[in-house]
Design a protein around this ligand. Structure first.
Ligand code: C5P
Length: 212
């Protein structure tokens, strides 16, 4: 089964609660990051907890191990169940996030290759494979890999085996839900749901990925 994760990149608590209220029956998890947290404060995580869904902090953490640890501790104390970290900062920095996550009973996912065109300037073939290997070595729970490049997701799957692949890039960035769903564990969709005239209907249509 491929889960559907809502990327809730709206800017206010009111908008976030409104979209979550409309879509929660059709989604399996919510991901929030800088747009919403900078707009509404970290406490929005407690408000979103009312929907009783896994809540992932997409801060793409990318600092020295001590700073990563401090960030991750804030995240899990705030009520998140997972965190996304960059991998390029290296083994010790990734391990810091993984350790805090696992001590809190949460999950840690490592970005291997981003979904936008510019990602290929530095993070394409070769580098992404090394980052996926690092995610395995650090005992992370999974990776972030691009729905915009299914062939890359297939290559990264060879490295991470049964660890989770969370994949953004469907819809607004041009990726196809039908093509990517069978290759991944969780499809991340943002604008195509929260900017839709009918977010519930849009979420429902994407939720069909579970059966693909
Ligand atoms: O609006 P859209 O569906 O393009 O949202 C995709 C979400 O996934 C955004 O929150 C974006 O920051 C995030 N993301 C991404 N590519 C990555 C990692 C995260 O698009 N590699």
């Amino acid at each position: 089964m491929t889960e559907l994760m809502l990327a809730l990149d709206v800017l206010t608590r009111a908008e976030a609660m409104d979209i979550a209220e409309k879509t929660y029956p059709y989604i399996d998890a919510i991901k929030i990051g800088y747009p919403l947290v900078l707009g509404s404060g970290l406490s929005v995580a407690r408000d979103l907890a009312e929907f009783d869904l896994p809540l992932i902090a997409d801060f793409k953490v990318a600092d020295i191990p001590n700073t990563n640890r401090l960030i991750a501790e804030h995240v899990f104390e705030a009520g998140f169940s997972g965190i996304i970290t960059q991998g390029f900062t290296g083994r010790d920095s990734v391990s810091a996030c993984v350790d805090v996550a696992h001590n809190a009973g949460g999950k840690c996912y490592v970005v291997t290759e981003m979904s936008h065109p510019g990602a290929l300037d530095f993070m394409g073939e070769g580098v992404a494979e090394r980052l996926a290997e690092l995610a395995v070595e650090c005992n992370a729970d999974g990776i972030i890999a691009p729905a915009t490049r299914p062939e890359r997701v297939k290559a990264l799957r060879q490295i991470i085996g049964s660890k989770k692949i969370l994949s953004p890039g469907v819809g607004a960035q041009g990726g196809s839900a039908e093509e990517i769903a069978p290759l991944i564990d969780s499809m991340i969709v943002g604008r195509s749901i929260y900017n839709s005239e009918d977010p519930a209907k849009a979420a429902q249509s994407y939720s069909c990925v579970r059966d693909l």
